[in-house]
Ligand binder design. Structure first.
Ligand SMILES: Cc1ncc(COP(=O)(O)O)c(C=O)c1O
Length: 402
């Protein structure tokens, strides 16, 4: 009999249990493997240049790595406090004052999480009950909808409007009712690269004023706003701040997506509910990483201060490289993504097009339809440009010939 030496259970018995368990009713019957996993796997299989999933192909700062090694080797390997290491929460609080003029209580309003994905999930589970409605905007990051469904809530998908993937606030007003519990915004926006303005936040504030509606603000690309623009965080907005979970990711800021480190800032009463979920989802996040990030934030603030310029250069370089291609695009205002229209190249739908491009031409991208509840007719795909210039050059060489 086969047995797994680590688990000490029979592999055959395990297999039998899985087969017998066919009566298990899926809570997410329409959910498959995420498009990011699918495309990265395909890129690997076909040895294609991977401009699909959003992760850098360069490493995180050396200074940060050294701090990680230090704490790993100096006894910071046991459970961190449930809310996050105090030094890290303190550094986050200082940064939020500096960045957004927002003074938060590090003990009661900031929680460290295992990735922004966890923070988004916790905030939704803490807030949304059966039959509550949650407004989100398509194209939308793919974790919002299933998290709302798992809470028993009802996702209400509205479309961002062209040109420029903007929120139509009149349309939002028409969809708000007594069951609306939460509105999820994401700026800078993945996948479109659009950013919300101060006027957008004012519009949102006026729509939820005197209503029992919370905001979940996904700001993981906070440091990637280009062309002199500033990131409009809900934390900068006195009224919205009082009703918002603001979610940020160290993975994006420090080129370390594999660490899955992030945090959520919210008023004390909301944070208390958030932590009730967090403590039973992960309880806490990797301890030595927290100490290392705290030191790095204190000692090297220039890293995040220079990030917009760093990624703007990459955006400009990539856009310049594909300027003479048959792709049509407007340079992104933020994030490390660039959406392009390929309708001058092919009549294929976007999934077929990225499959063809990956398998036959050797460059992988993400089809935008993956971010929609009901995809539009348009032919748009997303490239990720957080790559070494040499990777972008090799990819562009191919893309210019399509
Ligand atoms: C808009 C958006 N939100 C959340 C996340 C998740 O971030 P993390 O890797 O910190 O969980 C991502 C990652 O790609 C993202 O693009």
């Amino acid at each position: 009999m086969l047995s797994d030496p680590c688990l000490g259970v029979s592999a055959l018995a395990f297999d039998r249990v899985a087969k017998e368990d066919v009566y298990l009713r899926s809570k997410l019957p329409h959910v498959g493997t995420t498009i990011f996993t699918v495309m990265s796997k395909m890129a690997q299989q076909y040895n294609a240049i991977n401009l699909s999933q959003g992760f850098p192909d360069f490493d995180c700062p050396q200074d940060l790595q050294e701090r990680v090694s230090f704490y790993l080797n100096n006894r910071r390997n046991q459970y961190a406090p449930m809310t996050g290491v105090a030094e890290l929460r303190q550094q986050i609080a200082l940064k939020l004052i500096d960045q957004y003029g927002c003074r938060l209580d590090a003990d009661h309003e900031i929680t460290v999480t295992s990735g922004a994905t966890e923070a988004l999930f916790d905030a939704i589970q803490a807030t949304v009950s059966r039959d509550d409605e949650v407004i989100m905007f398509d194209p939308a990051y793919d974790s919002y909808d299933p998290a709302v469904r798992l809470a028993g809530g009802k996702p209400v998908h509205l479309r961002l409007q062209q040109p420029g993937y903007q929120i139509d606030w009149q349309q939002v007003a028409e969809h708000i009712n007594d069951r609306t519990r939460m509105i999820i915004i994401n700026s800078p926006h993945n996948p479109s690269g659009s950013v919300l303005s101060a006027a957008d936040l004012d519009a949102l504030a006026s729509l939820i004023r005197n209503r029992d509606i919370y905001v979940l603000s996904d700001e993981v690309y906070e440091h990637m706003v280009f062309d002199g623009g500033q990131h409009e965080s809900v934390l900068r907005h006195a009224e919205l701040r009082e009703k918002s979970f603001a979610v940020f990711s160290f993975g994006k800021t420090y080129h370390a997506t594999g660490w899955k480190m992030a945090f959520c800032a919210a008023p004390a009463a909301m944070t208390a509910e958030f932590r009730k979920v967090h403590q039973f989802v992960t309880f806490t996040s990797t301890s030595f990483l927290q100490y290392a990030i705290a030191d790095f934030m204190r000692d090297c603030p220039q890293h995040h201060q220079q990030l917009a310029a760093f990624y703007q250069q990459k955006r400009d370089y990539f856009c310049e490289l594909i300027r003479d291609s048959r792709f049509v695009f407007t340079p992104s205002a933020g994030t490390y993504f660039q959406c392009v229209d390929y309708s001058h190249i092919s009549d294929l739908d976007d999934v077929a097009f990225v499959n063809w491009m990956t398998q036959e031409k050797g460059v992988a991208a993400i089809p935008l339809s993956a971010f929609y509840e009901s995809p539009p007719e348009s032919r748009v795909i997303r490239f990720c440009f957080c790559k070494d210039n040499s990777t972008l050059e090799q990819a562009a060489e191919i893309l210019r010939r399509l």
